[in-house]
Write a protein that binds this ligand. Structure first.
Ligand SMILES: O=C(O)CCC(=O)C(=O)O
Ligand SMILES: [Fe+2]
Length: 332
């Protein structure tokens, strides 16, 4: 679905746009979710075989099963489901998931039509991409003093701190026309910790300073730097997508519900522009100029990530955890 002039104006004006009914909830979104039910099953059997959990929890539904596994192991397993790699501590055993349904969603033509409306017909799938599986706060206490593995912080639970996506890549991303697409894999209410945005914050045309937060959720923009009282939550239904500008200030709310919040955030940029993480593999998703360069094989996509991982393991991870240092003077 191509965006109308009116929708494009709204995106330009507000910095974000909710596209209702952009994707077929059953044929597209549910299939991705079903693939993750399979992945969760695989995880349970592996953890059980390793003696890390006492049951495979076969009789529980997705939410109950995720919560049971996180609780019993006292750590997040989101990396097992994620289709990107962490920025540090990568080893041969770092898991990831690059399944065919994920690839189908990344290359879905309805989605690419929306993206083309904004960035043009030469479309590169940017490798800064995640699944977020946020368990209810009540079931997994991220603020607990009980020792938790460092990697458990990201994507686990709780709110995502305020940030602009431009600030999460290397500096070369400043010149890239990147578009973020946020896709709920199920209905996402305010209570479940939906996305929150500061409308029009992209219009100041600046990258705000990020400060290293004292939580384990990574660097974020302190509220004193922008009009945080302008915050609006963006609850969405399955099938809707949210697109937003790389300079839009956004984050997400706490998951106060008893359901697990599952969403994708993926990004696209014009072919040839910097992705902000050059050691991760993107791919051409659509091209009028060079149709042969378009990747259509999910297996090749998965292989490209395995290759990237092997290279990072053998050569070491780049010295990059974000462009913000913990002694950023703006944060004092
Ligand atoms: O889903 C979230 O909690 C945050 C998503 C986000 O930061 C993004 O889509 O860029
Ligand atoms: Fe973001």
């Amino acid at each position: 679905m191509f965006l109308s002039t009116e929708q494009l104006k709204k995106l330009d004006h507000d910095g974000y746009l909710i596209v209702k009914d952009a994707l077929d909830p059953k044929k597209t979104v549910d299939r991705v979710f079903n693939e993750y039910e399979f992945v969760l099953n695989k995880l349970c059997y592996e953890l059980f075989a390793n003696g890390e959990i006492s049951s495979t929890y076969d009789d529980l539904n997705f939410d109950q099963r995720v919560i049971a596994v996180y609780n019993e192991t006292n750590r997040s397993h989101v990396q097992y489901f994620d289709f990107s790699l962490p920025l540090e501590e990568i080893d041969e055993d770092t898991p990831m998931w690059h399944g065919p349904e994920v690839f189908k969603l990344l290359t879905n033509s309805d989605l690419l039509d929306i993206v083309e409306s904004v960035i043009g017909p030469e479309i590169h799938s940017n490798p800064v991409q995640h699944i977020r599986i946020k368990v209810p706060n009540q079931s997994f206490d991220v603020n607990s003093t009980k020792e938790q593995p460092k990697k458990a912080g990201f994507n686990t639970s709780g709110a995502t701190v305020w940030h602009q996506d431009q600030g999460v890549g290397t500096e070369d991303l400043d010149d890239t026309n990147m578009l973020t697409v946020w896709i709920p894999l199920r209905k996402t209410t305010e209570e479940m910790g939906c996305l929150k945005v500061i409308p029009r914050s992209h219009r100041e045309d600046q990258l705000f300073e990020f400060c290293t937060a004292d939580t384990n959720h990574g660097a974020g923009i302190p509220e004193r730097f922008f009009a945080s009282d302008q915050m609006i939550p963006l609850p969405v239904d399955k099938g809707d997508v949210i697109v937003f500008n790389k300079k839009l200030v956004h984050g997400s709310l706490e998951n106060e519900s008893d359901q697990v919040r599952v969403s994708f955030d993926i990004r696209y940029n014009p072919i040839g522009e910097a992705t902000g993480r050059k050691w991760f593999p993107g791919f051409n998703a659509r091209s009028k100029n060079d149709p042969d360069s378009v990747l259509t094989d999910p297996v090749k996509w998965a292989e490209s990530w395995v290759q990237a991982k092997n290279k990072l393991v053998s050569e070491g991870t780049p010295d990059f955890y974000g462009r913000w240092s913990s002694d950023n003077p703006a944060c004092a």
